[in-house]
Write a protein that binds this ligand. Sequence first.
Ligand code: CP
Length: 312
Amino acid sequence: MSAFSLNHVYESQQFDRSLLDIVFSTADEMKADLQTRDRQHADALKGKIMASLFYEPSTRTRFSFESAMARLGGAILTTENAKEFSSAAKGESLYDSTHVMCGYADVIVMRHSEPGSAKTAAEVSTVPVINAGDGSGQHPTQALLDLYTLKDSFSNIDGVSIAMVGDLKYGRTVRSLSYLLTKYDKIKIYYVSPDVCRMDDDIKTYLTQNQIEWAEEDDLTKVLPLVDCVYMTRIQKERFHDPEDYVHAAGKYILDLKKVQMMKADAIIMHPLPRVDEIPQEVDQDPRARYFEQALNGLYIRMALLKLLLDQ
Ligand code: CP
């Protein structure tokens, strides 16, 4: 019997340490299962249907969720671009769409441009809703796979120091990851960003309230030798209201090979992807680069979440 008590996944604050342990041990089980010939979980979700409703573009989140559902024997309802090809284009509200979709599917995976939209959908839905990214709000399943990757690398997340670099104002991944890191001890977070996209005060206040040490730093080279993980992010052109702010921010932090040499020998480089120019391709060969492994971990984490939500 699973002690997984969530009905929906819409924000990182829903998780405590025991729920995180359940997700990670289930992800371990999924990973191991995929490597066996006689898979035990191949039909775990047979007869279940997942609707993937993506109102914003995605490669990793959408396809890893769809792959996860397929690898567990379930079926998928999907649309290439829900903003254009669902009735949202005719003005249908998220409230109405959710009301309807939960009659057709057993779980709804949703990406939307409005912060808080997944939580709103969850309040209406009779089936689990999973937030696959809500504008500049949160991306909790990304944060879970990020932590899983940290756990893989350091076995113990307690005591890890991490630099989050780039677009911290509009970046939902760094917001969700910051929330989840408060569940661990002796964490230190360095926020490194251009002036125009600093981490918002709500997160900094939350960290302080939860006794997490954090600092802001402008100079990436000062932080590189100090941390166990450099978490790079893309400057998200599409979220800037003022094009001049984007010009000011773009290209400020590039983790090239010269900078990588300033990192600790056993530190790791993560990135939620997609990247633009903040990590040149030449860095991919460095053994500290973990972003492709991180993306693959998304498959195991999302298999785990679907199984935990649907196979109770
Ligand atoms: N990391 C992430 O959310 O990637 P996608 O936008 O491709 O889903």
